[in-house]
Design a protein around this ligand. Structure first.
Ligand code: NAX
Ligand code: ADP
Length: 281
């Protein structure tokens, strides 16, 4: 059991480290986010992440796509770029050119997802792992943890958390479970839910209750991962980026409310970002 209490999330925790561009910024200094696409039949989830990353300010966002999914990705995207990768070496080379690469949404429950996740962790300066990139390490979580070299953020829902941390019961003390999981893995972790907990291996712990039940809709978590990845690509500390992403995502949920679908979230970001920009000190 941990006696640690989680700090309530609020903009005061991370506003000062928000990566606003300055007068001399150009797209290459605003960070490059890579997002790894799954096969042609399941590309939508990661495109939600990519769009959120671009909206939150990453200067460049590229979808890294297997050859068979390039056409479907390219036909959906305009500002988000698309690059093909045919094997783990070419994916690693693409990830090396990013400040952050995100993998998992719609990646697929296949051996390729294991190999591609390891390539991302090896190549990218920082990484966001969600969904299938976590689930696929159910049988060998230690292999995943050992592959972490730089800042890494895991964004599991409870089902995914249970798969990679089977010894840490989330049905009991969630704070204890997520704190231990972060220390065990070496990753910052967002344990998502109606209340989301953010834990860092160095012991920082925040609880986000600033959210709406209307966020319980397909693809909403993919957008959250993209917001966090977009902030990390711009150089924000992984824990601050995770806290900021949870609050911003929750605020968008509160603003949009009934009828919200995941596509709405990135499109609602500019109005909120205008307010945060005006309130900066
Ligand atoms: N537009 C799209 O293309 C979308 C694709 N998605 C992708 O679909 C794949 C499967 O993801 P899912 O998360 O649906 O399924 P998973 O199969 O990974 O997990 C769902 C299972 O986990 C259990 N679970 C326990 N706690 C849960 C919680 N708090 N939230 C959700 N499930 C919980 C559920 O009982 C369920 O059986 C992933 O690749 C994901 O990225 C989803 O992100 C939805 C949107
Ligand atoms: N009842 C709720 N209240 C507030 N936020 C919620 C609620 N249910 C889900 N969410 C949020 O919605 C997102 C759902 O993510 P996830 O389960 O990964 O779905 P998906 O895989 O479809 O994107 C998470 O950020 C979670 O915190």
């Amino acid at each position: 059991m941990t006696n640690q209490a989680a700090v309530p999330n609020s903009p005061s925790l991370w506003m000062n480290s928000w990566p606003w561009p300055d007068r001399d910024s150009h797209k290459h200094v605003r960070g490059h986010l890579g997002c790894v696409s799954g096969p042609a039949s399941s590309t939508g989830a990661v495109r939600l992440s990519a769009r959120a990353g671009l909206r939150v300010g990453a200067g460049l966002v590229t979808l890294f796509s297997p050859p068979g999914a390039v056409l479907v990705n390219a036909s959906h995207e305009t500002a988000v770029m698309v690059k093909s990768f045919s094997d783990v070496e070419s994916l690693k080379a693409l990830a090396c050119r990013t400040q952050c690469t995100l993998i998992g949404p719609g990646a697929g429950l296949t051996r390729d997802t294991i190999d591609n996740t390891l390539a991302v962790l090896e190549g990218a300066a920082s990484a966001v792992l969600d969904a299938d990139a976590l689930t696929m390490f159910k049988e060998q979580p230690q292999r995943l943890f050992s592959a972490i070299k730089g800042p890494a953020l895991f964004t599991p829902h409870e089902g995914e958390f249970r798969r990679i941390f089977p010894d840490l019961p989330v049905s009991g003390d969630r704070v204890d479970a997520v704190s231990k999981a972060s220390k065990q893995s070496g990753a910052v972790i967002i344990l998502k839910g109606a209340s989301s907990l953010v834990a860092s291996p160095d012991g920082r712990l925040v609880e986000n209750t600033h959210a709406s039940p209307f966020l319980a809709t397909a693809g909403s978590g993919d957008v959250l991962a993209g917001i966090a990845g977009g902030l990390m690509a711009q150089g924000m500390d992984a824990f601050d980026a995770a806290c900021a992403a949870c609050w911003v995502h929750g605020e968008l949920g509160l603003r949009l409310g009934p009828g919200l679908i995941a596509e709405d979230l990135p499109e609602a970001l500019p109005a909120l970002l205008h307010e945060l920009y005006a309130a900066r000190t």
